[in-house]
Write a protein that binds this ligand. Structure first.
Ligand SMILES: *[C@@H]1O[C@H](CO)[C@@H](O)[C@H](O)[C@H]1NC(C)=O
Ligand SMILES: *[C@@H]1O[C@H](CO)[C@@H](O)[C@H](O)[C@H]1NC(C)=O
Ligand SMILES: *[C@@H]1O[C@H](CO)[C@@H](O)[C@H](O)[C@H]1NC(C)=O
Ligand SMILES: *[C@@H]1O[C@H](CO)[C@@H](O)[C@H](O)[C@H]1NC(C)=O
Ligand SMILES: *[C@@H]1O[C@H](CO)[C@@H](O)[C@H](O)[C@H]1NC(C)=O
Ligand SMILES: *[C@@H]1O[C@H](CO)[C@@H](O)[C@H](O)[C@H]1NC(C)=O
Length: 488
């Protein structure tokens, strides 16, 4: 508590002294300028204005928020993660975090409620550095907070800020049962001005959840980002805020409320997924919106995303592809073949679907409803997006393939992701003999080594079947679309 106060005081003291220096420089610069104006020739003066005055006269922003210039690109070391979990669940959630955490590269901490059992020590460097959440029982006693665990999670924002804030632009808070795509966080957050007040998170996929909590909150399991000034303001205010709202029962809702009291509203990003869905989310992951994938929460609740693997293997498997190219992970690319009348939809790094029918992109981009609603007896509509029912018509039912492996010969060469047929799916009766997609057992997708940074428009693709005797392979080539190319 004491050191916290000192820490915060120290940081604000730093800020004020820095602003004073700027003012001093500005004033002395002005005097400097006025005295020289009488003595200098025109050309010397212009030399002075161009080379000496600007740095003196500019009231430079304080460097406290970053050791880099404000306009330098956002990099991974500008982000600090505050991950909240419980010692009890750590055993099986460890593998989710370790699937995406990059030791000595990703900055941040894991906050557990208590010290985990001795079997987890020595603490491995493959896990985020461990911290134990502060004991806030005095505050809870004082406020009679109705949801102590939730208060602890909100208080975590202050704890992370205290722990580390020099050179930080963004604080990303999230849960231990989520997987994060850190490069995509860096790129997406890089679009925003970290010196302004930003609260960036994802809405729930479930209408009831947004309605029950708030359409204006970042659902925290999936992670939300606070720009430096907002995190600092929250750190200063979070204890008072917990005192103001002792009756609120959800950490995300309390956080949103505290932030709203600071006058800041929520900015939604569509790649942050709370995954308020249940059962099999493969349909959802196979038709991702055309934005970078940032996180997937509720990994413990949904079925393993690869049917032949368990949950931790699934997290690691998806990351295998993401490690080659995060910009394309789950990005949906659709192409058609007029000769066979087939449609192919690839969700990069995850799945590929073949339909033995031409189905327009406007339909294929809607997730196949393989999943169930988060809250079974909530009323329709359930989802924040349109869905497609699973069809009884075999020609509208996709042949499903899941990621098998990823290869790249050299950093400049194409990335080859291979997908193999889902063994749990029976043969289709859409057509028979040579024309049937039943014979295809592997789909190889070639994508450029360069990142796909354009959002809002998909890439294009072409495909060809290698029909030999017996089992056949399909090759899909992903490329940029031509300026006015029609994907149909
Ligand atoms: C991270 O850094 C520490 C200390 O520098 C080192 O001991 C450890 O091996 C590193 N871990 C990895 C995975 O590189
Ligand atoms: C909380 O309050 C109870 C009763 O008022 C008291 O017995 C207990 O010691 C207090 N705990 C803390 C941590 O202050
Ligand atoms: C959400 O719904 C539950 C149960 O229906 C209710 O008790 C709770 O107050 C609701 N929360 C909010 C923030 O509306
Ligand atoms: C998942 O599978 C791997 C490899 O077969 C195994 O080591 C691990 O214990 C499994 N995890 C769970 C939670 O079953
Ligand atoms: C593809 O569809 C078109 C339009 O429905 C049809 O005329 C054509 O015969 C079909 N081709 C094949 C190979 O099925
Ligand atoms: C939801 O459905 C279950 C069983 O179908 C029922 O027991 C429960 O009362 C229902 N809950 C609400 C809030 O309607």
């Amino acid at each position: 508590m004491h050191s916290l106060q000192q820490n915060l005081e120290r940081s604000s003291a730093k800020k004020y002294s820095c602003q004073n220096i700027s003012k001093l420089l500005a004033v002395s610069g002005l005097i400097f300028y006025l005295s020289f104006i009488f003595f200098l020739l025109h050309n010397q003066l212009s030399y002075l204005t161009q080379n000496i005055l600007p740095p003196l006269l500019l009231n430079q922003p304080c460097p406290i928020t970053s050791k880099y210039s404000k306009n330098s690109p956002t990099e991974i070391n500008h982000l600090v993660f505050g991950l909240l979990g419980s010692a009890k669940a750590w055993k099986h959630r460890k593998s989710y975090i370790e699937s995406w955490w990059r030791p000595n590269v990703t900055r941040g901490y894991l906050y557990l409620d208590t010290i985990p059992s001795p079997e987890f020590f020595p603490w491995p460097s493959s896990s985020p550095p461990l911290r134990i959440s502060e004991d806030i029982s005095k505050l809870l006693n004082e406020t009679k907070h109705v949801a102590p665990i939730m208060a602890r999670m909100v208080h975590g924002i202050l704890e992370v800020f205290k722990q580390e804030h020099v050179g930080v632009r963004w604080f990303v808070m999230g849960d231990d049962d989520s997987i994060f795509f850190v490069e995509n966080w860096v790129n997406v957050l890089g679009k925003y001005d970290h010196t302004k007040y930003f609260y960036i998170g994802g809405q729930s996929e479930d209408i009831w959840s947004n309605d029950n909590f708030s359409f204006d909150q970042g659902f925290g399991g999936a992670g939300f980002a606070l720009s430096y000034p907002l995190a600092q303001a929250l750190a200063n205010n979070v204890e008072d805020c917990l005192r103001r709202y002792p009756h609120l029962t959800s950490a995300d809702y309390i956080t949103m409320t505290c932030i709203a009291d600071l006058g800041v509203s929520h900015t939604a990003e569509k790649g942050i997924h709370q995954v308020d869905l249940s059962n099999d989310i493969s349909g959802f992951l196979s038709s991702h919106p055309q934005v970078p994938l940032m996180s997937l929460h509720h990994f413990d609740v949904v079925k393993p995303i690869f049917p032949s693997k368990n949950r931790s293997e699934s997290a690691m498997h998806l990351m295998k592809a993401a490690d080659f190219d995060q910009s394309r992970i789950l990005q949906q690319t659709i192409c058609y073949d007029r000769k066979t009348n087939w449609s192919v939809s690839v969700s990069w790094g995850y799945s590929a679907h073949i339909y033995q029918k031409i189905i327009p992109r406007s339909i294929l981009r809607k997730p196949l409803k393989t999943f169930w609603a988060w809250r079974k007896n909530s009323t329709k509509p359930h989802y924040m997006f349109n869905t497609r029912p699973e069809s009884k018509d075999p020609c509208e039912t996709p042949h499903i393939f899941y990621l098998d492996n990823v290869k790249q010969i050299s950093p400049e060469s194409e990335i080859v992701t291979s997908y193999v047929r889902d063994a749990t799916q029976g043969p289709s009766s859409c057509s028979s003999g040579k024309k049937s997609a039943d014979r295809i057992n592997t789909i190889q997708v070639f994508s450029p080594a360069t990142k796909h940074i354009e959002t809002g428009r998909s890439e294009c693709c072409d495909f060809a079947n290698q029909l030999g005797r017996g089992k056949a392979k399909m090759k899909v080539n992903i490329r940029s679309c031509a300026a006015d190319e029609i994907i149909a």
